[in-house]
Design a protein around this ligand. Structure first.
Ligand code: ZN
Length: 186
């Protein structure tokens, strides 16, 4: 039996209607399902996600951020349309060292906080042709990949923040919360 994974969900996506979800949308807080087969609908979703990522001046975007609970993300660590990277069903297979640096997220506009991440990671994933590849990354790329994989597990910036950072950003977090409540009730 073929495993369809997240494919049924992906086929039903209206690509033109996709938009980047903001905290605290509950769709950002679910564990995503692996992609079963890298087909045309997966490639179309990836294309649309790359458009949205560049339009919002991001360097990484995970499928749950556009409301699709599938394990895939796109990235461009140098913010270069010529260098788009796609990771389907990604896994961190090795990690070493520690780096600390500022981290932001398209789902938390105007918030950036210092976070500790592994300095180097090796990721295994499928590419757009459905082939397994392995990529080593360090510095910003390693940070982006760890951030995006967190999204696939429903883990957000706010879950990684320490209590001091949460306090420092309490107003921005409250504004996001209020904006979400308002959008839901109107
Ligand atoms: Zn993010």
């Amino acid at each position: 039996m073929r495993q369809t994974g997240a494919n049924d969900k992906i086929r039903q996506v209206d690509l033109r209607a996709l938009e980047i979800l903001l905290y605290p949308d509950p769709r950002l807080q679910v564990a995503c399902t692996p992609v079963g087969e890298v087909d045309g609908s997966v490639r179309a979703l990836v294309g649309r996600m790359l458009e949205l990522m560049f339009a919002h001046r991001g360097v990484g975007l995970a499928a749950p951020q556009v409301g699709v609970a599938a394990r895939l993300f796109v990235a461009s660590p140098g913010f270069d349309p010529e260098d788009c990277r796609v990771f389907i069903n990604p896994r961190i297979v090795a990690a070493s060292g520690v780096q600390e640096g500022d981290e932001g997220c398209l789902s938390f506009p105007e918030i950036s906080c210092k976070l500790k991440r592994s300095a180097r990671v090796t990721i295994e994933a499928l590419d757009l042709a459905g082939r397994t590849f392995s990529q080593e990354a360090e510095e910003l790329a390693a940070r982006i990949y760890q951030h995006e994989i967190d999204h696939l597990d429903g883990r957000l910036l706010v879950d990684r923040m320490g209590s001091m950072a949460r306090l420092a950003h309490r107003r921005a977090l409250r504004d996001l919360q209020q904006r979400f409540e308002k959008a839901r009730t109107t």
